[in-house]
Design a protein around this ligand. Structure first.
Ligand SMILES: *Cc1c(COP(=O)(O)O)cnc(C)c1O
Length: 425
């Protein structure tokens, strides 16, 4: 038995499914997950010494790759002064400034510990501000695991076939309205009926948890106009897209200004962080200025904030996103050429350095079309890639991430593995 298998067997006895987040367990693709011991740049090494080129990037945060020397150095320096105070620090002010400076719609921001906390708190704020209960989310979008958001949810919930989790009360589920992604006409219809009782629309401006699905032309603009005319807040969940598709996220890329924005992943530089923010008028509803309560013992943690600050500093350097775009485009063009050669039906999407290959004929624009993918074929493809030393997410419904750390050699190796994998299907 491999060391990873041994560890997994042991883990399953004491941690449900052996993992602390469900998709890590490889349930959708079969086999045992390798346990990781270290990472450097684009590569990770498992407990049995096998090396992989990593396209999961800790599910998005590691846009600079693993153990970036400047981030490690900054962390080491901060760590010496203590790891948590539960009192304000200058580092938090610096990160807040960096975020607000980058994200067009944000006048103020509050730091939390995860994307889940960010979306949960932003929705509480939207409800508190509008004095309305209902929210609208879209099928296959994932906004973390807060109760009211596990309705028709993406990510692991979709992968494991439990988009509507037990344990969510009927009352909460009733206040979460859902519609298909990318269908503006349906939102218009709903808003004609009950727009004035909807507190907010929350969405991923680029869907990244049912595979990757970009918004169709006019969709985000249409949502912006509809929400504005009904006094409904528009929340962009940019936990993946923030600082990923552009320094200012999807809102910069598409030129749409949401009322509130949720961030996570990249802004923690690989440590646990989330944030939500927006217009001053809204954010001043938060305690202790206003009545909407939200708190966190470790929020604004010095280590997490240090990693995030250094990360944002590096991302802000001249030409970073142009270079990443070029690299990702060249790579996905290579994937597309392999697909064409193989004759296997695959629908590919990419926005910046986020990409996805849906194993199906025809376009993918929403959850229904994503769900029409051949997941058994994906599973075989996944296993082939893994055994060739290419680590991709163990689910058809997750994104792939190109990082600044991927070298030409890494990407060539991945393309060769991809070509071979497609041939074997
Ligand atoms: C990952 C993710 C979340 C949840 O973030 P956690 O840090 O896992 O709680 C929320 N929204 C989106 C779009 C995400 O991709």
């Amino acid at each position: 038995m491999s060391k990873s298998q041994e560890l997994f067997t042991e883990a399953k006895k004491i941690i449900p499914g052996g993992v602390n987040s469900p998709v890590r367990a490889f349930k959708a693709v079969g086999g045992n997950p390798p346990f990781m011991v270290r990472g450097k740049g684009s590569k990770i090494v498992d407990a049995d010494g096998k090396e992989y080129v990593d396209f999961v990037a800790s599910w998005g945060p590691l846009i600079l790759g693993h153990a970036h020397p400047e981030i490690i150095e900054a962390l080491s320096a901060t760590m010496k002064n203590g790891t948590s105070f539960g009192a304000p620090t200058e580092l938090e002010v610096d990160l807040a400034k960096a975020i607000i400076h980058a994200v067009p719609s944000m006048d103020m921001v509050r730091l939390v510990n995860s994307g889940t906390e960010a979306t949960m708190s932003a929705i509480r704020l939207a409800r508190g501000y509008t004095k309305r209960d209902k929210i609208l989310k879209f099928e296959g979008c994932y906004h973390g695991h807060a109760d009211g958001l596990l309705v028709k949810a993406g990510s692991g919930a979709a992968t494991l076939g439990v988009p509507d989790s037990p344990g969510v009360t009927a009352g909460l589920a009733k206040d979460t309205l859902t519609l298909p992604y990318n269908d503006l006409a349906k939102v218009k219809e709903l808003f004609e009926r009950e727009g004035d009782s909807i507190a907010c629309i929350i969405l991923e401006p680029i869907a990244g948890n049912m595979g990757v699905i970009p918004p169709v032309d006019g969709y985000l603009q249409g949502l912006r106009e509809l929400t504005q005319s009904h006094g409904t807040l528009l929340i962009f969940d940019e936990v993946i897209s923030g600082f990923r598709v552009a320094y200012g996220g999807a809102q910069e890329l598409f030129g749409i200004t949401p009322d509130l924005t949720c961030l996570g992943k990249i802004i923690g530089g690989g440590l646990p962080v989330g944030a939500f923010g927006g217009k001053r008028e809204l954010m001043e509803q938060m305690a202790p200025v206003g009545p909407v309560y939200q708190a966190g013992t470790l929020s604004g943690n010095p280590l997490a904030v240090t990693a995030g600050l250094k990360m944002l500093e590096i991302l802000g350097r001249e030409g970073f996103y142009d270079a990443l775009e070029e690299k990702a485009k060249k790579f996905t063009d290579g994937l597309a050429a392999n697909v064409k050669e193989s004759g296997i039906p695959v629908f590919m999407t990419r926005v910046g350095s986020i990409f996805c290959s849906f194993f199906r004929e025809g376009e993918v624009v929403d959850f229904a079309s994503a769900a029409g993918s051949d997941t058994a074929r994906f599973g075989k493809y996944f296993s082939e890639m893994l055994s060739s030393g290419i680590y991709i997410a163990p689910s058809q419904f997750e994104a792939g991430f190109v990082s600044d750390a991927h070298t030409e050699e890494d990407l060539d190796k991945a393309l060769e593995a991809h070509r071979k994998a497609l041939k074997s299907l």
